[in-house]
Design a protein. Structure first.
Length: 120
């Protein structure tokens, strides 16, 4: 089953993992929406620089370090995703607790590895 994914912290820079994640998610047939600090486009996906009320998000994959996540807690929870993936360097125990309270699954994992091993 293909999962609608929000790449949160998406970058236009092709050397960034979030950029690679957009490409690989598309290549695996997933629907992708993206939020980043700069608007632009990656692999045909528009990166929004303002928060949108996305609907039907299965997975949020985070590419933003823990100190930068705090202003977005309520927004990300409001999307009611089925899960949040904390990519390496984004792990955040405070956000883990909030997600637990909202019964939203989360995992500290690498989206690229999950895709590459068919565990996404």
């Amino acid at each position: 089953m293909k999962k609608k994914t929000l790449v949160f912290g998406a970058s236009l820079n092709p050397s960034r993992y979030s950029n690679t994640a957009v490409h690989r998610l598309i290549a695996h047939g997933h629907e992708v929406v993206a939020f980043g600090l700069r608007e632009g486009e990656v692999a045909g996906v528009k990166i929004d620089a303002e928060l949108k009320p996305y609907h039907g998000i299965d997975t949020v994959t985070l590419y933003m370090n823990a100190t930068r996540q705090e202003p977005f807690y309520d927004y990300l929870i409001s999307l009611k995703p089925n899960r949040v993936i904390f990519n390496p360097g984004t792990e955040n125990p405070e956000f883990f607790d909030l997600l637990n309270q909202e019964q939203i699954e989360f995992e500290a994992a690498c989206t690229l590895v999950l895709l590459g091993t068919n565990q996404y």
